[in-house]
Write a protein that binds this ligand. Structure first.
Ligand SMILES: Nc1ncnc2c1ncn2[C@@H]1O[C@H](COP(=O)(O)OP(=O)(O)OP(=O)(O)O)[C@@H](O)[C@H]1O
Length: 257
């Protein structure tokens, strides 16, 4: 279950975060975050519930505005761009959210066509079909094309959700709790899919999770969010090679080898 070596370009930071701070009222959630995501890398962000992992993703996607610090995404400094520029940038980022539900009244095909028709003006019928078949093949669910979401298993719905994100060919993927609510075997299949997406689409990804099996399987690097900062960043083994009382219990209670 070890992560295979990925093709990472350490000279190309697709996300560069410095001194990022975000509070809600008196609660300082993020207290000076520094983070680089390199081209081609899967970076796992680990942390207990409420540590600010989702807040971080919302800041990266421009859904929240920071109190202090800088966030550079694909060469764009988010605190300096217009809403229109942010909209164009968002198309280059794929979001796989925990609750990114499919449209229940649409077939799998229609669910996949929807983002294409909405975001790629002038796209032809033939291009739509090619794209739909390609992403369905990538997630291994070509046979479900005419099915309704209610006819799919939880794991299949998760896969179609990822396919719907991939259809716009994102350069960056943001996965928020990709394995939440799935059985252990389906979790492993989703982790394998995340790695396949990395290879096939050459994406750079941030994967938010508290599932350590997921972290170990997909993370080229792991960053542990503690007390509003990334206190430990490195390989999975490096991050957990510590007696830090805030880190060790996380491993001891959570990890199934
Ligand atoms: N819009 C908001 N307004 C006020 N407080 C917020 C807002 N968004 C997040 N918070 C607070 O920020 C903290 C971090 O939330 P966040 O959702 O990022 O946690 P998380 O690390 O993703 O947790 P989990 O693993 O449970 O999803 C929480 O205490 C939450 O209540």
């Amino acid at each position: 279950m070890e992560k295979q070596k990925a093709n990472i370009d350490l000279n190309n930071e697709v996300i560069r975060i410095r001194g990022l701070q975000k509070s809600f009222g008196d609660y300082h959630v993020l207290r000076g975050i520094d983070l680089d995501l390199y081209q081609g890398e899967n970076l796992v962000v680990l942390g207990r519930s409420g540590t600010g992992k989702s807040v971080l993703i919302k800041l990266i996607s421009g859904m929240l505005y920071p109190d202090a610090g800088t966030i550079n995404v694909l060469g764009n400094e988010l605190t300096h761009i217009t809403e229109r520029e942010m909209e164009s940038l968002r198309i280059r980022i794929g979001f796989s959210f925990q609750n990114s539900a499919l449209y229940d009244s649409m077939t799998v095909r229609q669910n996949l066509e929807f983002p294409l028709v909405r975001n790629r003006k002038g796209i032809t019928r033939k291009e739509i079909d090619t794209n739909v078949h390609s992403v369905l093949d990538a997630v291994g669910l070509s046979q479900t094309i005419n099915q309704m979401p209610s006819e799919l298993s939880g794991g299949q719905r998760k896969r179609i959700g990822i396919a719907r994100t991939l259809i716009l060919n994102p350069e960056i993927m943001l996965y928020d709790e990709p394995t939440a609510g799935l059985d252990p075997i389906t979790c492993i299949e989703i982790n394998e899919l995340i790695n396949e997406v990395q290879q096939r689409y050459n994406t750079s990804s941030i994967v938010i999770t508290h599932d350590l099996t997921c972290a170990k399987m997909v993370g080229d690097r792991v960053a542990m969010l503690l007390d509003g900062q990334f206190q430990r960043v490195g390989s999975f083994d490096e991050v957990f090679a510590t007696d830090d009382a805030r880190v060790k219990p996380f491993y001891d209670y959570n990890f199934v080898e």
